[in-house]
Structures are given as structure tokens and as C-alpha cells.
Ligand binder design. Sequence first.
Ligand SMILES: [Cu+2]
Length: 260
Amino acid sequence: MNFLNYGLSTSWFELSKPPLDISTNGHLIDSLWEYTTVLAIFYFVLVCIGLFGFSYLYSHKRNKTPYYTYGNKKSHLMVTALIGAAVFLSVDLNIARVANNDMLNVFWNYPDPKKEEVLRVQVMGQQWMWSFRYAGPDDQFGTADDIVSINDLRVPAKTKVLFHLTSKDVIHSFFVPNVRLKVDTIPGRITRVWWDANVPGTYDIACAEMCGTHHYLMKAQLTVYEKDDFNQWLATSAHIAKTTNDPADKNLQWGWKWEN
Ligand SMILES: [Cu+2]
């Protein structure tokens, strides 16, 4: 991303905004972020008012005789406890409540390929690239007609996409800022994530876990197609896969049986 490409008309405020949200549920993450920011600013201003207000009220100019207090009176303790409780309830507890709801009802509510239209993709992280696998015409993973790509993920718009992910070597983190999702890929374990993207275009995928010397190179491209364009790409890729798949190539045969 070249900073200069933004041109002079781009304000710092524009630059500070998160990347375009292309997903159905990304706004849940954004609203939590905004809520946290607004409350942090609110309490910061409150602390400043207290700090500077009391500095003024009890300044040397206004109080010639010093007054010593240790803040251990019952009223002091009450005020401290009340402010502490207000912060805890409005920030911590509320964020935990909203996040928990979103997790259980949305992000962990994985679509069921048996009951609805879902594109399934297997993801393999390794030092330092992302591999993607589609089931191919037979709808089975780990078979000769699988479509496999490197650092190039393509999905249809307005369709649920379910990913099963793992890692070949160390822990990586599959991070797609434009859908506000990030999930670890762990050797020997399958993790899951799903999204529904609405805006066709190309977007960045990164590894968000420091995974070795070339961690910074571990990036891929996400292309969101209109449904028809995606089906066309899938058909062409299935044809290429059929003619180029080499069963002897161990690096290519990393797929596994899909289990929901
Ligand atoms: Cu990585």
C-alpha cells in the first residue's frame, strides 16, 4: 500500500478508518470497536476534568492553609468504588456481553453445507504461503479433481463460505481485514471460520502471527466474484486441475476428508 497513492485530498481521519467492510457481519466488530473508542474518550475526558478541576480548586492561590487528606474516608472509598463499578459495568462487562452474543449467535453459528448453499474451502498455512483447496466436481476433498491454488483465494459474493483451516508447520493466523475476521491455523488441528462477502473486488489476506523470518511475505489475495463469474472460474479451474494434478507430488496432496 503506497501512502502517496492516497493523494493530498485524503485526510488523516480517512487514513485512520478501518478498511472497507465487505461482509454481512463485519459491522458487529466495527460497532464494538467504536463503542470501546467512544467510552475510552468519555472516561479520558472525565479524568482530565477531575485532574485539572481539582488542581484548580485546591491550588495554592485559593488555599493558603494546606489541608492534608489521605483519601481513606468512607465517602472517598464510596466515590472510588462507584467510579470503578461504572467503568467495569459500562466497558468490560458490556463488551464481554455483546462479544459473547455475537460469537454464539453469528461467528460460531457455522453454516451447514447439508442444509444450505455453502462454498467449502480448505486452507493450509505454511512457511510462508497460503494454500487453498476446493472440492472440485465430485464434491469430495482429498481426491484427484480437487482445485488447489496458492496465495489466491476466490469466492462468490452473497454466498456463505465455510473454511476449514490447518497448518503444516507452525502456528499462523489467517487474517482478512475486509471481512473483520482472523483465525489461527494450528498444526494437527482444524479450525473454522465463515463469512458472507457482498462486494466484488480484490482484497488482502495476511498472516497475523509472527511465524518466522519471512512472516512479512506471507500474504495472499482474495477475489470476490459475482456468482456467475465465480462459477465460470471454478469450471475453468476444474478443467485445469484435471489435466495438471500429479498424484506423486506430495506437496499437492495435503487435503483431508471434510467433516462438519
Ligand atoms: Cu504465518
